[in-house]
Write a protein that binds this ligand. Sequence first.
Ligand SMILES: [Zn+2]
Length: 64
Amino acid sequence: MADLTPTPDHPGLHVTKPDPSTPATATAVCHCGATATATGDNQVRALVEGYTANHGPAHHRKSR
Ligand SMILES: [Zn+2]
């Protein structure tokens, strides 16, 4: 599990949902320094959407 957790050295988005009765959890670390965590399916979905829209690959779509 530790290998999958994003860190500033290895930015990324990691979502876990061990089984259907357990709320999902997510950890996001962006190379710009932003970090976020979420617990619960709805919060995780919002985190994923926000990270995808504003961080990670989105940095390459904006500016430059
Ligand atoms: Zn970012």
